[in-house]
Design a protein around this ligand. Structure first.
Ligand code: PEP
Ligand code: MN
Length: 359
């Protein structure tokens, strides 16, 4: 994908802060929409978001005001100058949103998972010059995320960006949706010019975590933030727990630190280079050690073959893992990290021994 027009658009905005998309989870009433929009007018927010078709997990809850709310968004734009954004989940939403001249369209996490829905939307908005943002799919699948972006790009939708809103997991965690930062980082590596916006609201599922997640996003050079904002969050008709008041948004934006792209001072550059040399030497040592370890693993594989012994020796493996987790923790390395590393080493060792035993 060549550079997207949205990245040029962003550059041209010459913002002195990351792009901010703010507004309620859902448009509830005209008064609620106008109240929050006016409060956001004099903040860092450039784009006003509000869901009007709400993909709810269970039926019987508020499913959005639908097209009836689109004139409210037009009023927002006219009275506050904020650009407007809505979520579209099918071709019909897409067409109506274009008719009402909504500036930014986004595909939600529940839409990105469905290639038919994405294709239908891409065809409905073919060639549009509106900004279209694609949220990550609910499941941690980078290819599915990329697939949705490609479907739009192929339909000549070039003003593209991505929104990272975290990934659903059955595992209990402090997040509503686990950020798995490596996935948006991989997306950035694949499409360096594609702007990525972070959505701390849907990652956290609460108000408390919004600042920290936003700061991590800026530390990782995300291009902007989408933060759910409501004048009376406790009474919100959807996502009440995670919405913040506009004055809290202002506070957060004041404290967030925007990092520079690179080191600029001579002294810090030479210090950094020295550290990098040390890191490179350590990486070489790591590779050598891993390769030497694998030689030994292969010798064990040969012995197993001669004696017709199974590759997996689970008791021994559990012992190694437990010992390494203990030792790692003593040396300031987290259990999660040690488990990941040693599981990867163990899997590679099994693959080498399988090759030896089965030729
Ligand atoms: C939303 O932005 O309100 C929304 C429904 O988000 P997601 O698609 O990330 O669940
Ligand atoms: Mn929401």
């Amino acid at each position: 994908m060549e550079s997207t027009n949205f990245s040029t658009w962003l550059d041209n905005m010459k913002l002195s802060h990351p792009l901010v998309i703010a507004g309620p989870c859902s448009a509830e009433t005209e008064e609620q929409v106008m109240e929050v929009a006016h409060e956001l007018k004099n903040t860092d927010a450039t784009i006003f978001r509000a869901g009007i078709w709400k993909p709810r997990t269970r039926p019987g809850t508020f499913e959005g005001k639908g097209a009836k709310a689109l004139p409210w968004l037009q009023r927002v734009k006219k009275e506050t100058g904020l650009l407007t954004a809505v979520e579209i989940a099918n071709a019909q939403h897409a067409k109506i949103a274009l008719e009402f001249d909504v500036d930014i369209l986004w595909l939600g996490a529940r839409t990105t998972v469905n290639p038919f829905a994405v294709q239908e939307i891409a065809e409905a908005i073919q060639g549009t010059d509106k900004i279209v943002l694609v949220k990550n799919p609910i499941n941690p699948d980078l290819e599915l995320w990329i697939g949705a972006i490609e479907r739009l790009y192929k339909m000549n939708v070039k003003n593209l960006g991505a929104i990272h809103r975290g990934f659903s997991s059955f595992r209990k965690s402090k997040y509503r949706n686990i950020p798995s930062w490596q996935i948006p980082i991989d997306l950035k590596n694949r499409f360096p010019t594609l702007p990525i916006i972070n959505d701390p609201s849907h990652i956290c599922g609460n108000r408390k975590g919004i600042f920290d997640v936003s700061q991590t996003a800026l530390d990782l050079k995300f291009n902007g933030l989408m933060i759910e904002t409501h004048c009376n969050p406790d009474e919100a008709w959807s996502d009440a727990k995670q919405q913040i008041k506009p004055d809290r948004l202002v506070e957060i934006m004041e404290v967030l630190k925007v990092r520079k792209d690179r080191f600029v001072q001579e002294e810090s550059i030479s210090k950094l280079n020295a550290f990098r040399k040390e890191i490179n030497a350590k990486d070489d040592q790591l590779l050598e050690t891993l390769s030497e370890r694998m030689q030994i693993v292969e010798n064990i594989g040969k012995a197993k073959k001669e004696n017709n012994v199974a590759v997996l020796q689970n008791t021994r493996w559990q012992e190694i893992l437990a010992k390494m987790v203990d030792k790692g923790e003593e040396q300031g390395l987290s259990k999660i990290f040690i488990e990941k590393i040693f599981k990867a080493i163990h899997q590679e060792s099994i693959a080498h021994q399988e090759k030896i035993i089965n030729g």
